[in-house]
Design a protein around this ligand. Sequence first.
Ligand code: AP5
Ligand code: MG
Length: 218
Amino acid sequence: MATYIVLLGPPGVGKGTQAKILSETKKLAHISSGDLFRENLKNQTELGKTAKSFMDKGELVPDDVTIAMIKDRLSRPDCATGAILDGFPRTPAQADALEAMLKEFKGSVSAVPFISAAENILIERASGRWTCKAQGHIYHEKFSPPKQAGVCDFDGSEIYQRDDDKVETVAKRIRVYLEQTMPLVDHYRKAGKLIEIDGSQSVEQVTKALFDALVQQT
Ligand code: AP5
Ligand code: MG
């Protein structure tokens, strides 16, 4: 049976950082809705232009657009054995759509690690983040800087700061998360799939907590 792991948590908590590690170790595709929107934006697609107007304001892209994009991504061959979902679902309607999609693929959500941390930590992490242009490798100017300033350690591409990582936009994204995404915590807790992880620890400690918990659930 395929393994679908949903990473839930507020902006900046470390979902992308952990998703990369998990996908490499577990040999599962990493699907980040935010990365897919940013890729569309880079390629100047209609989807990218639509998404940008919402992302710049720190708001969620409408459900129908987001669900269609993820359905298309999940139906590709590299997801046949499962995937790590990072940033999707983010609303109850997206969670229902995910269940329906996975049913079509004869699967279901296996586990939902919920990584959380206090707001001051989220703002410090997001506002110090640098991302690689080529493949989205993630750095932090204080906690995990690249070996050479401005250059990705893995592929040598330029690293940049996301437009939506300005302090006021991060604060808005946190509010949107509390209003629209927090209901999913209860939803997955009731389904017996939620795994609570303390995201305020170091990257290595969070990874260890995640792996220890997933061994028991998947
Ligand atoms: P998205 O790109 O998904 O952003 P997000 O959920 O707000 O989360 P982030 O990517 O900001 O944080 P992260 O948890 O991945 O943290 P990271 O690992 O990078 O979404 C962006 C926008 O797209 C949304 O606002 C919305 O408009 C739209 N969108 C996306 N999905 C959508 C959906 N499903 N529906 C509708 N709209 C959607 O880490 C952050 C920093 O902290 C890095 O610098 C990292 O190096 C550092 N760090 C990580 N872990 C640690 C640690 N343990 N200790 C110290 N530093 C750490
Ligand atoms: Mg991310």
